[in-house]
Design a protein around this ligand. Sequence first.
Ligand code: AMP
Ligand code: GLY
Length: 439
Amino acid sequence: MIILVVGGGGREHALAWKLSRSPRVTQVLVAPGNGGTARGSTGPSARIRNVEIVDVAALAEFAAASDVALTVVGPEAPLAAGIVDVFRARGLRIFGPTQAAAQLESSKDFAKRFMQRHGIPTAEYETFSDAAAAHGYVERRGAPIVVKADGLAAGKGVVVAQTLAEAHAAIDAMLVDNRIGDAGARVVIEEFLAGEEASFIVMSDGQHVLALASSQDHKRLRDGDEGPNTGGMGAYSPAPMVTPTIHARVLREIILPTVQGMAADGIEYTGFLYAGLMIDARGNPRTLEFNCRLGDPETQPIMLRLKSDLVDLLERAVDGRLDEVEAEWDRRTALGVVLAAAGYPEAPRTGDPLIGLPADSEDCVIFHAGTRVLDGQFATSGGRVLTVTALGDSVRAAQRRAYDAVAQVRFAGQQYRTDIGHRAINRRAPPAAPASPRE
Ligand code: AMP
Ligand code: GLY
């Protein structure tokens, strides 16, 4: 069968790589893809090739004309634009949330009202479009406090203000100076939550869910979690802090009430659902945000650990039969290190040639993101360039294997963190039991 993957980052390369290993798949088309998913650019993925289409209606036309059996969507933008609605209206099989369901990510105010209505644990909040009222609220609540743009702002919409001055400045930037456009025309102001973050990602068929392996990412640019926020500089799976007890609580207190709540509200949630969690010192999970998609770079280590056939899981999900499957995971830890371009995240430079990429092996795979093939050679074409992802018997072993491969790759101005996995390695508690009974 032919499968279409929508998107062009490391997450989509990892999905395409995994799908291409299914005996049932003859071809994986990636729209628009990247250098790593271009035809013949990487060894065993000969069945992967790119399609230069981004327009949603044109993609549906293409899928119908090309015998695509199933489409899976990576990024939030096409989901928020309604790609699932457009495909379904034409009778095309696609895995993802509808435009209405994708509001869980595309509107923070929608997500917060939804969580409040259904008793899903999250930070206390209020929503404002009037700057004076917002300033008054932070004066009453005090710092630290968190100011969030309501709409999609590509990672730039959240300010964790340590002082009142920072909170006031963030309100002015969004509501008065319109610094991030329409996305910041309304702001959610919420209680600061202390704890450790984890990513909890599931597949939902509208009624049932299948939890994927737990993971944790590193959002800051530099070692020691310093520097500006990014899309993510590295990730690993499983996340030792998601103990079996926490795993069960997240499913019971957050994930299932969300899927059931959406169904009860008449907006059935299908697709990947990603809960960004803050887990406090006593192990209480609360929801920081929902994403209506897989995480990037979390997907890269998750796909490396997934032993089940992803096509089978996706088909069950599209057919509403996720309760009939289990996912099997490699017991090893997978860890991915992102190599970013010079100038990332503010102004990434493009066009730098990449050299020294090691060939993929059983325990180490290089997923491309911001690359393209230029005169038969890979060159950078975006902010996050590669995710070098490796398996090992411990976090430390996976880390060592990944960084061995990272050391071979060269391109001008490359930036990467040297401490991906540090939180898992430096945990005071002994390594916890695997994150779920099935892991
Ligand atoms: P979000 O896009 O809502 O996940 O926010 C981006 C980042 O801001 C999160 O990954 C957290 O590091 C931080 N953050 C968001 N909300 C809060 C909160 N209520 N308390 C503490 N940190 C937060
Ligand atoms: N790595 C965080 C995200 O994909 O949103």
